[in-house]
Design a protein around this ligand. Structure first.
Ligand code: SF4
Length: 403
């Protein structure tokens, strides 16, 4: 198994959700609103949340380095708190205009580490923002860079303009290419793109053309998703699940793996490929069962009490941004196994046993015996072999049944 990526900070990651989109895509089930007229009210509320939500989060381990006793420490999301990664997702963060972008970045500025904090970590600082090709401008990229953003995740999805129109995206393949050129010209080299597959009627040849177009862009990170018909979306009313061929989707997944690994990408997580060591650090730390703070309506976080969300309705968030709603999370120990096993790094069994107080080998002996040819335990980490990855769902069902 590859060497793990582990931050030394208790809460290494911060997720900030920008819930605005200039239009709504027909397949989307994320928390978002097309009411961009409320962005300024949202920014005011976010500012309040940063001020009043401070005591919610646990103390960062680096505070002990400053010689403070535990009762003197200021727990929480306070200025000066170090995060190994910050991820601004959405929604569409690039839907904010330049002035709104500058204000958001100014609010988040205190959470960016200084050089002395960075020197305490073996890992780099990663600050990602999601963007859509149609709302990218050179001025926004310059603001992002100046604030410390060093990675951009572009919502490309496909280079087929008819497919883009079918799923309600507002950009074209040409705009995607220009967006990548612009990012590179402005000095952002760490670019991630999404590739969607499994459109109704899509053939392997059509997928190949999409993969060719992605490879031509020389991007170091790809996230792949099959088209999912989520309940309540426009697309789910327009087409039926029977229009999507499950066997063909499985063949497409294989084709993507074959072509990307041949092109030098590491398939490091079920849906993620990277080359030149540009793994997505933010998600990797979360898959490692890391804790993450969350800001903004629609943002979910995880602390020692479990998974939490903000108020469900946007108006309720504006009234009380500090509300935290803990989700029913009956199996956090299983969740940690599930996310860890999706990656090439697997699960740190010692840390897992300590955190959840469970004897892993005793509890899962039957599962380990049954899948002994697919599960690997090496240097105290549990992982799955290449062929085991293909059976991961069945393996996970067995882990779940042993709960
Ligand atoms: S841009 Fe993203 S978040 Fe917004 S509607 Fe489309 S898929 Fe959903």
């Amino acid at each position: 198994m590859s060497q793990k990526l582990t931050s030394s900070f208790n809460v290494p990651s911060l997720y900030v959700h920008v819930p605005f989109c200039s239009h709504i895509c027909s397949y989307c089930a994320f928390s978002k609103t097309a009411n961009t007229g409320r962005i300024d009210a949202w920014l005011n509320t976010l500012e309040q949340e940063i001020r009043i939500a401070a005591p919610v989060y646990e103390t960062d381990s680096t505070d002990s380095d400053k010689g403070e006793s535990s009762d003197q420490r200021q727990p929480g999301l306070v200025p000066g708190r170090f995060f190994q990664t910050i991820y601004i997702g959405g929604g569409t963060p690039s839907a904010l205009d330049e002035e709104q972008t500058a204000r958001l970045l100014q609010l988040l500025e205190p959470f960016r580490p200084d050089e002395s904090r960075l020197a305490q970590s073996d890992l780099p600082f990663e600050w990602t923002i999601e963007a859509n090709p149609e709302s990218l401008t050179a001025k926004k990229i310059r603001l992002w860079k100046k604030a410390g953003i060093n990675r951009v995740s572009l919502g490309i999805q496909t280079f087929n303009d008819e497919r883009l129109a079918q799923i309600g995206r507002y950009h074209t393949a040409d705009e995607s290419r220009k967006a990548v050129e612009l990012l590179k010209a402005e000095g952002i080299e760490n670019i991630c793109a999404d590739l969607m597959y499994g459109f109704p009627g899509e053939s392997l040849e059509e997928l190949d053309r999409d993969i060719d177009a992605f490879l031509e862009l020389e991007i170091d990170h790809l996230s792949i998703y099959s088209l999912i018909l989520e309940d309540g979306t426009l697309l789910a009313r327009q087409i039926s699940a029977e229009d999507i061929d499950g066997d063909l989707c499985a063949a497409m997944y294989e084709r993507i793996e074959e072509r990307l690994t041949k092109a030098g990408y590491v398939h490091y997580e079920v849906s993620s490929y990277a080359r030149n060591g540009r793994y997505g650090l933010h998600n990797t730390l979360i898959w490692e069962d890391g804790r993450y703070a969350a800001l903004g309506w629609g943002a979910c976080g995880r602390d020692e009490k479990g998974l939490y969300d903000h108020a469900r309705r946007f108006d309720d968030y504006l009234k009380d941004p500090s509300a935290r709603i803990y989700e029913d999370d009956p199996n956090p120990s299983f969740d940690a196994l599930m996310t860890g096993l999706r990656t090439i790094w697997g699960v740190d069994l010692d840390a897992w046993q300590k955190r959840y107080g469970i004897d892993f080998y005793g509890k899962y002996k039957a599962v380990l015996d049954r899948w002994k040819n697919d599960l690997i335990i090496e240097n105290g980490r549990l992982g799955v072999s290449r062929q085991g990855m293909e059976r991961l769902d069945s393996i996970l069902v067995d882990f779940l049944d042993a709960e």
